[in-house]
Unconditional design. Structure first.
Length: 129
């Protein structure tokens, strides 16, 4: 169990270090996830233990938001002053993201699927005939 926790933290630490050293545009945590993916592809024995640890972390995910909530409470005067603008900006950006995602999805469906729609896949027995 401790080895799996260490693996998660080590991948994140190495990812953060690579981000700071190289100046890559990816966040260190994303680089760490890619490193973890590579590790899991190479070392299959880590999967069950890591599954147990990640299951526990996911089950207790709400605890991870406590520091962010405390930080918000400490910024009471700033939230009182700019809270409405922040809420409005968050709402508008969320709606815009949903609309743009839907438009891009519809464009991609029209652009990339017309040839495949309506065609049935060729069965392996039909190829030889």
């Amino acid at each position: 169990m401790l080895s799996a926790i260490f693996l998660l933290l080590a991948c994140q630490l190495v990812g953060e270090a690579l981000h700071r050293i190289t100046g890559l545009a990816l966040p260190g945590s994303v680089i760490g996830m890619v490193l973890l993916l590579g590790w899991l592809a190479l070392v299959r024995r880590e999967r069950p233990t890591l599954g147990a640890v990640s299951g526990w972390l996911t089950a207790h995910l709400s605890i991870m938001f406590v520091p962010a909530a405390v930080g918000l409470m400490q910024e009471g005067p700033a939230l009182a002053r700019y809270g409405l603008g922040l809420a409005l900006a968050t709402g508008v950006s969320t709606v815009l993201t949903i609309v743009v995602t839907a438009l891009v999805f519809r464009w991609a469906l029209r652009r990339f699927t017309p040839d495949e729609v309506g065609k049935r896949p060729v069965q392996p027995a039909e190829r030889g005939a």
